[in-house]
Ligand binder design. Structure first.
Ligand SMILES: [Zn+2]
Length: 324
């Protein structure tokens, strides 16, 4: 079975799990209504309140008005919820009787985490790996983390191996120390095939394995999130803000994204600037040289990407590992 077949089957399994969750919640809700009928009425009120609030929010133009409405709704909703909780308690039912219960709270049994640049949840990756091990199709998948880093592949000539080992050590120490790293950002530059993506993935795997939240994204997908934000699709889809807010953001292949007027440079600047102001960590891999970065994105973006006080910049040199 191929990886994509496993993924398809597993996504189907997750859909069944969600259906079971729904049924389970339905049964618990009925139980609560039977034991405390007033809860049913309160829930109707709560639903009406939400609808009413949504309608009025749609007619409000200013951010302040919307915020005030949202606040008001929240307060009323909290009142209703408090009453429901009390009724549940009196009926001898648990506080979360009317809440959906998930096998995995992180992805709510969808298998995905993150907004626009979503990725598989750890629970999904684990199940996927298990399935692949079980049918023996795991052989040959090259997982990229520091443990699978094979130095034997790297040429010893011209200091390539030496440089890679020291860079790998630096990245590994960074990932182990995160968020208390000596420098906040890393910029990996150099031609294609020198292991930049490998290092980036290594940092991501290690930091997430340590329980921290990180977002790894290609510049192309990042551009998609920017474009969506620009055309106002951010309501249901806050990809760009999740890039700004990620405690650690790893951008691969910067420079391969489309250059779109009023989008690429402006949004990249906003992203880097906001992250810098909030003292968040960013790792960037790019084939562009520092000079090309300046030419490509202009002085403002370059000064943030190349900021010496916060950033460790590495220029990798040597032979393309993919051609060896
Ligand atoms: Zn999950």
């Amino acid at each position: 079975m191929t990886r994509s077949e496993h993924i398809r089957e597993l996504l189907e399994e997750y859909a069944q799990q969600r259906a079971r969750n729904d049924e389970d919640l339905q049964a618990r809700t009925e139980e609560a209504f039977a034991k405390a009928p007033r809860i049913a009425r309160l829930r109707e009120e709560s639903a009406e309140l939400a609808l009413e609030a949504m309608r009025s929010i749609l007619t409000q133009q200013s951010v302040e008005q919307r915020a005030a409405l949202a606040k008001n709704l929240k307060r009323q909703g909290q009142g209703i919820n408090a009453e429901i909780r009390e009724l549940l308690m009196k009926a001898g039912l648990p506080e979360n009787q009317l809440e959906m219960r998930y096998r995995c709270n992180k992805c709510k049994d969808t298998g995905y985490v993150g907004e626009a640049p979503s990725r598989f949840c750890d629970c999904f990756e684990t199940r996927l790996k298990l399935r692949q091990y079980e049918d023996g199709s795991m052989a040959g998948t090259d997982e990229q983390n520091f443990e699978t880093f094979d130095v034997n592949r790297i040429p010893k000539e011209n200091g390539q191996l030496e440089q890679m080992v020291s860079t790998k050590t630096m990245c590994e120490q960074y990932a182990d120390a995160f968020p208390d790293t000596g420098f906040r950002n890393i910029l990996l530059t150099g031609a294609g095939g020198l292991g930049k993506t490998f290092l980036l993935n290594g940092i991501f795997e290690r930091v997430t394995a340590r329980g921290y939240s990180a977002v790894r994204i290609t510049a192309f997908r990042m551009f998609e999130a920017m474009r969506q934000q620009h055309v106002g699709n951010d309501g249901e889809f806050d990809g760009f803000s999740s890039l700004i807010e990620a405690p650690l953001l790893l951008i691969d292949d910067l420079g391969t994204e489309p250059m779109m007027r009023n989008i690429t440079v402006e949004y990249l600047f906003t992203l880097l600037n906001e992250r810098m102001a909030a003292k968040r960590h960013t790792v960037v891999a790019t084939n562009l040289t520092p000079i090309q970065i300046k030419e490509h994105y202009g002085e403002r973006v370059a000064s943030r990407l190349l900021d010496k006080s916060n950033c460790r910049a590495i220029l990798l040199k040597g032979k393309d590992l993919r051609s060896l």
